[in-house]
Design a protein around this ligand. Structure first.
Ligand code: FES
Ligand code: FES
Length: 164
C-alpha cells in the first residue's frame, strides 16, 4: 500500500499526515505529530489507554484507522489545558503509575461533555472499558464525580451572577 495524505483537526489545529490509510490514529499522533500523551497499551481496543476524543466521542485510537478520521476533530490529552477534571484527578491522587490516565481523562471528558452531572453509576459505566492495572479505578471515579460537581457549582455561580 502506498501512502496517502490525510487532513484532520487535532487539538484545534489543522494537520496533514502522510501514511498508509490503515495506519492507526495512535501511531500518527505519537510518531508523526509528537503527541506522546496518548498511550499504547494493548493495541487491540481492549484497555482504553489510547483513548482520544473524535467528534465528541471517546475512541480507541489504536484501532481507529486514519481513513476514518479524515476531516474530523480529534482531541488528545494535550489539547485539554487546565480543567477541573485534571485537577480533581490530582486532588484524589488518582494516578499511580499514570500509564492509563490520559485514556481515562479523555473518556471522562467525552462523558462530561454529553452529561454534565453524571451519577457515580454513569461514571463507572463510562470508565468500564478503561483498565487500570494499578487498581486506582475507584479514585478515578471519585475524581470524575468531583469534577462534575465543581463544574456544576461554577456554572450555577456564573448564572447567579448574570441574573443580578
Ligand atoms: S492500546 Fe488501544 S485500547 Fe489498548
Ligand atoms: S495508574 Fe497505573 S495503570 Fe492506571
Amino acid at each position: 500500500m502506498s501512502d496517502e495524505t490525510f487532513r484532520l483537526l487535532v487539538n484545534g489545529a489543522e494537520v496533514t499526515v502522510e501514511a498508509d490509510r490503515d495506519t492507526p490514529l495512535l501511531y500518527a499522533l505519537r510518531n508523526q505529530l509528537g503527541l506522546k500523551g496518548t498511550r499504547f497499551g494493548c493495541g487491540l481496543g481492549l484497555c482504553g489507554s489510547c483513548n482520544v476524543v473524535v467528534d465528541g466521542r471517546a475512541v480507541h485510537s489504536c484501532d481507529t484507522p486514519l481513513w476514518s478520521v479524515e476531516g474530523k476533530e480529534v482531541v488528545t490529552v494535550e489539547g485539554l489545558g487546565d480543567t477541573p477534571l485534571q485537577r480533581a484527578m490530582i486532588d484524589e491522587q488518582a494516578a499511580q503509575c499514570g500509564y492509563c490516565v490520559s485514556g481515562v481523562v479523555m473518556t471522562a471528558t467525552a462523558l462530561l461533555a454529553r452529561n454534565s452531572s453524571p451519577s457515580e453509576t454513569e461514571v463507572r459505566q463510562a470508565l468500564d472499558d478503561n483498565l487500570c492495572r494499578c487498581g486506582a479505578h475507584n479514585r478515578m471515579v471519585r475524581a470524575v464525580v468531583k469534577a462534575a460537581r465543581i463544574e456544576a457549582a461554577r456554572t450555577e455561580a456564573a448564572q447567579t451572577e448574570a441574573a443580578r
